[in-house]
Design a protein. Structure first.
Lengths: 400, 428
């Protein structure tokens, strides 16, 4: 492809997942002859989760006071954001961080499960539960817990710890938040409204209150781990959540070249949409997104699917991808890392960019239904079909 | 007339506002709100939604006059957003599918306590301390609850708005805390300037007040405790201000490229001329003492609008009535505008509607545009004991008739959020 100054290129990747922390762990995940991921089948049984890896927080969050002010979803995000900044060469670039735009895809924070349990249990014995609620919330809630719950406080903590202050926006709304975050940063850089941006999200799956959101419709897989495309409909709803975070530094080619930064890949197109999934609506919409992003023109490309595992939509996605990209291998990365919800799309882009940069064939995460790759691909298509709503596609090409 | 009429100083498309809609504690719709706001009427009242006995703060600007299918934050936020959007589209003369993107500022959603109490009734008994969500998971295995699930998904409000109004693409649901409304507008402006669309639907809504939200802000000492009388509690820029009054509301602005708006013969209410933003890395809830990020935000907005400090006729302040905000905002304005500030009226809508949090930036943008359109400055009410350290013309207590052609509206929030909008009259 011809290169342009306003091409959107990826110059930094920060990853933490059950597979480990950073590039080496994720390169190993992509190339290592995958058999079984790191899952915890006991703590939340009958559900299983992909737990966060062992992390020395102080490597990216040096002040203990900052670590204490956050809950794990924020720590994961601030940590991975720091890795991405380091990777892109921005960590010591105060001016670069002060002018860097930021879009974070976030859910809400963590509940104090001890306080919530106490209130629910005592309320059951009282005929004035609302009065009890006021008493308990006033006396038991940690004042600073609010700051670990507010969605925009992941971005706020990234500003505090890493001094990224050009702008700070938080997008919400499950998988679509991550799609819109990348789409918005991409469109701004393309149009010259932004020169460089930090984009990503974080997920702490190891919380019963978070599991509840998917479990409320029996969406979670139960029993022991099964490969993503092969999950048994008799064993729950198919979703296994994963703890982790994925952040990207996106930049105009001109800005990256001016800094002498290494480029992982070019982001050629990003688009998202939503609407009815009944009948032919879903496939029609995804085909339009594939046309708009240039994905439809790619053959023999690497398709990184962010499928959640939820049975019906995951099966539908597999069929649609098979029809649009008949000659391309598909990798369902949630089978390896667990589903990151808001961060699912940034995670897929990060893994795809890593594979393109390292020029590696990506191992199958579900050997029964993912074709082997004979060699590295020159391009990648990343898809995310939200477990409830919203679809997005990104197209990446390797640097020549 | 030539095409340069449709471009700004940087050659970008000018962005017109062609429709406005609003809901606040003052009422439903622009007419009722503007009449009350310019009449110096407060919408702040004693809370009746939940018991407040024993709580330090017992007042708010809740919106209690809409019919809801269920009393939760998603339903309330959606109902207000729908009402404001219907009004704005009607004013803009648009019907049928909107066919542009939706940018929605919405509150972070959590289950209501009443929902937790209901699930608990069918959940197995506790087996160990702190296991309430384990019990809830068991209850859901027994009987899934899709209605509960949809009521706690952050994407649920934009999904319904997108279906109802026929917006295009993936809607953005965003939070930049108390700057969210301004950020939604900024995203709409950016999309039009990118040439991605000729119009954008920008909506901000917040119907999330419940006991826990009130108590959380109380625990951070952010709220006024001067409960009696409620309408006197919010008193921005006074010496005895003691916190903000939490409130609800929604606003919608229809943004269009000026060229597209005129081509279809739409009436232009004003121009969204510039936007600024800058994050603060000082503290999770407090602003940098030197005000540098807020100052940079206002300066960036002026530069984006192609104006300097002589070009602003009126300031719609964030003016929350907290000791810290009003002091910091004064520092910001006095630094940016210098001596000129003495001749710029500055009023705070929050003296009457309270702090509508997620919705504030958009509601106050609506009122800023109404100020330009009508030549009436809404007052800052409850301005009885001026803070001598804040030397401002706050349009004290009574509205003022004064034609203004340019307004800035400030928004600042927890998490280091700062945003500023510049609005002007339609170019001659």
């Amino acid at each position: 492809m011809t290169r342009a100054a306003n091409d959107v290129v990826i110059t930094g990747i920060g990853l933490a997942s059950s597979a480990g922390v950073g590039h080496a762990a994720h390169r190993a995940l992509l190339t290592g002859g995958f058999e079984r991921p790191n899952v915890d089948v006991e703590r939340f049984a009958p559900y299983y989760v992909h737990p966060m890896p062992e992390i020395d927080w102080s490597q990216q969050i040096p002040r203990r006071g900052d670590q204490r002010q956050m809950e794990n979803w924020q720590r994961l995000g601030v940590f991975a954001a720091g890795l991405a900044l380091d990777d892109a060469g921005f960590k010591e670039d105060a001016e670069g961080c002060a002018t860097m735009d930021m879009i974070v895809a976030a859910a809400g924070g963590e509940r104090d499960q001890a306080v919530d349990s106490m209130i629910v249990e005592e309320a059951a014995t009282r005929n004035d539960p609302e009065t009890l609620l006021n008493e308990k919330l006033t006396t038991e809630l940690r004042p600073t817990l609010f700051l670990a719950q507010l969605s925009n406080l992941l971005a706020g903590n990234i500003s505090i710890v890493h001094k990224v202050t050009g702008s700070s926006r938080t997008f919400m709304g499950e998988e679509a938040a991550g799609i819109s975050a990348v789409e918005t940063a991409f469109a701004r850089i393309r149009a010259g409204q932004s020169s460089h941006a930090l984009v990503g999200g974080a997920m702490n799956a190891e919380r019963s209150d978070m599991l509840l959101l998917v479990a409320a419709v029996n969406g979670l897989a139960t029993g022991d781990w099964q490969p993503l495309w092969s999950r048994d409909a008799a064993k729950g709803g198919g979703v296994a959540l994963g703890s982790g975070a994925a952040f990207l530094v996106l930049e105009s080619r001109a800005n990256a070249e001016k800094r002498g930064a290494d480029i992982y890949a070019t982001l050629e197109g990003v688009a998202g949409d939503r609407g009815s999934r009944d009948g032919a609506g879903l496939e029609k919409r995804v085909r339009r997104l594939a046309d708009e992003t240039g994905a439809a023109g790619k053959s023999d490309t690497l398709v990184m699917s962010g499928a959640s595992g939820l049975h019906d939509i995951t099966a539908a996605e597999r069929d649609i991808l098979g029809r649009i990209f008949p000659s391309s291998p598909v990798r369902g990365y949630a089978g390896a890392t667990g589903h990151f919800i808001e961060a699912a799309f940034p995670l897929g882009i990060a893994l795809a960019a890593l594979a393109l940069r390292e020029r590696v064939a990506v191992t199958a995460f579900d050997a029964a239904s993912e074709a082997a790759m004979n060699g590295p691909s020159a391009s990648a298509v990343v898809t995310t079909f939200g477990h409830v709503r919203g679809e997005g596609i990104a197209v990446l090409s390797a640097e020549g | 007339m030539n095409s340069s009429r449709y471009k700004d100083h940087l050659g970008r498309p000018l962005v017109a506002v062609t429709g406005l809609g609003v809901v606040s504690s003052l009422g439903q719709g622009l007419k009722d709100n503007w009449r009350a706001l310019t009449g110096g009427v407060s919408g702040i009242h004693a809370i009746t939604r939940f018991p407040t006995e024993g709580l330090p703060t017992r007042i708010s600007g809740t919106v209690d006059f809409l019919d809801l299918p269920a009393p939760n934050a998603v339903e309330r936020s959606y109902a207000m957003a729908r009402s404001a959007t219907e009004e704005a589209l009607s004013q803009a003369g648009l019907s049928g599918d909107f066919n542009g993107p939706l940018f929605l500022a919405a509150p972070p959603i959590e289950p209501e306590w009443i929902q937790r109490f209901e699930i608990a009734k069918r959940a197995p008994a506790a087996t160990k301390p702190g296991d309430v969500y384990v019990r809830f998971l068991a209850a859901m295995r027994e009987k899934p609850d899709p209605v509960f699930r949809e009521s706690v998904l952050f994407g649920a409000i934009s999904e319904r708005l997108a279906d109802r109004f026929g917006t295009r693409g993936l809607p953005v649901t965003l939070s930049t805390a108390c700057a969210s409304g301004a950020t939604a507008i900024q995203l709409g402006v950016e999309a039009i300037r990118q040439g991605r669309t000729e119009r954008a639907l920008t909506v901000a809504t917040d119907g999330s007040l419940n006991a826990e939200a009130l108590i959380r802000f109380s625990l951070l000492s952010a709220l006024s405790t001067q409960n009696d009388p409620p309408e006197k509690a919010s008193k921005p820029f006074t010496k005895n201000r003691d916190g903000f009054v939490i409130a609800e509301g929604a606003a919608t602005l229809i943004l269009e490229s000026l060229e597209a708006a005129e081509a279809r013969g739409a009436k232009v209410i004003g121009i969204m001329k510039g936007c600024g933003e800058k994050a603060d890395h000082f503290h999770r809830t407090r602003s940098s003492p030197d005000g540098a990020p807020a100052i940079a935000t206002v300066r960036e907005a002026l530069a984006d609008a192609g104006l300097d400090e002589d070009g602003i006729d009126y300031i719609n302040a964030h003016g929350t009535s907290t000791p810290e905000n009003d002091k910091m905002e004064y520092l910001t304005m006095s630094t940016v505008f210098g001596d000129k500030l003495k001749s710029i009226p500055v009023s705070s809508n929050k003296s009457m509607i309270g702090h509508t949090l997620t919705a504030a930036g958009a509601i106050e943008a609506v009122f800023s545009l109404m100020t330009i359109a009508t030549g009436t400055l809404p007052p800052t009410i409850n301005y009885e004991i001026p803070d001598p350290a804040i030397d401002l013309d706050v349009v004290p207590n009574v509205k003022r008739d004064k034609p203004v052609a340019s307004v800035i509206s400030n928004s600042f929030g927890f998490g280091g959020q700062n945003a500023c909008l510049v609005m002007t009259a339609e170019p001659a």
